[in-house]
Ligand binder design. Structure first.
Ligand code: ITT
Length: 203
């Protein structure tokens, strides 16, 4: 039996690591997935791109170059129509401090407090990137459309999950099981599209 090829996940967000293991595992990808935390000496990448795709590629290339291994990265966020697509690529630091999910969600709810239901449409977006040490790159995208609640509900998932109710659902993302969320999510859609490209380029 051949040893699976090692693939590095260019994220330090443990919620994403969990979702990506489940999504790529369910898609039957036979690779040894290692999180970026296995390489603590490698500094964080500055996300200087202006699109999810640019930032996902920056993260994937940086880790592929630093480790000499194929790397996949996720860049994702919540895009609110009435805010012209914000917080978008700034979703992780909307309230100022990177990764403070509770503060980010509360600030967004306060900003939207006077916005009525018909105008509360939004989507989660995800760009999934693959980069090889030789500079080869691929990037694909996924979306999850929905509306924003006035109050958080549910304690699953992470980030803005307690306020995003997917179209056709009566529950928020935080009230779905992990499998239910992965089946319809922006991250699930993007990484399932990336799987054949990983198979083609990494084996
Ligand atoms: P890495 O850069 O290390 O991957 P990060 O958390 O900084 O981790 P991003 O820059 O891609 O990742 O920002 C993603 C933010 O978007 C995340 O902090 C959440 O606020 C939001 N987000 C993305 N996907 C989400 C999801 O599935 N559910 C809820 N919120 C999500």
């Amino acid at each position: 039996m051949s040893t699976p090829r090692r693939l590095v996940l260019a994220t330090r967000n443990q919620h994403k690591v969990g979702e990506l293991h489940a999504i790529l595992g369910a898609a039957g990808l036979d690779v040894d997935l290692v999180g970026a935390d296995a390489y603590p000496e490698i500094p964080d990448v500055r996300e200087t791109g202006v699109t999810f795709a640019e930032n996902a590629l920056l993260k994937a290339h940086a880790l592929a170059q630093a480790t000499g291994l194929p790397a996949v990265a996720d860049d994702s966020g919540l895009c609110v129509d009435v805010l012209g697509g914000a917080p978008g690529i700034f979703s992780a630091r909307w309230a100022g401090k990177h990764g403070d999910d509770r503060a980010n969600l509360e600030l967004l709810l306060a900003q939207l407090s006077d916005i009525a239901a018909p105008h509360r449409t939004a989507h989660f977006a995800c760009a999934a990137a693959l980069a090889l040490p030789d500079g080869t790159e691929r990037v694909v995208e996924g979306r999850l459309l929905g509306t924003l609640r006035h109050e958080p509900a549910g304690d699953g998932g992470f980030g803005y999950d307690p306020i995003l109710q997917p179209l056709g659902e009566t529950r928020t993302c935080a009230e779905l099981t992990a499998e239910e969320k992965n089946a319809i999510s922006h991250r699930g859609e993007a990484f399932r599209a990336l799987v054949p490209l990983v198979r083609e380029l990494v084996g």
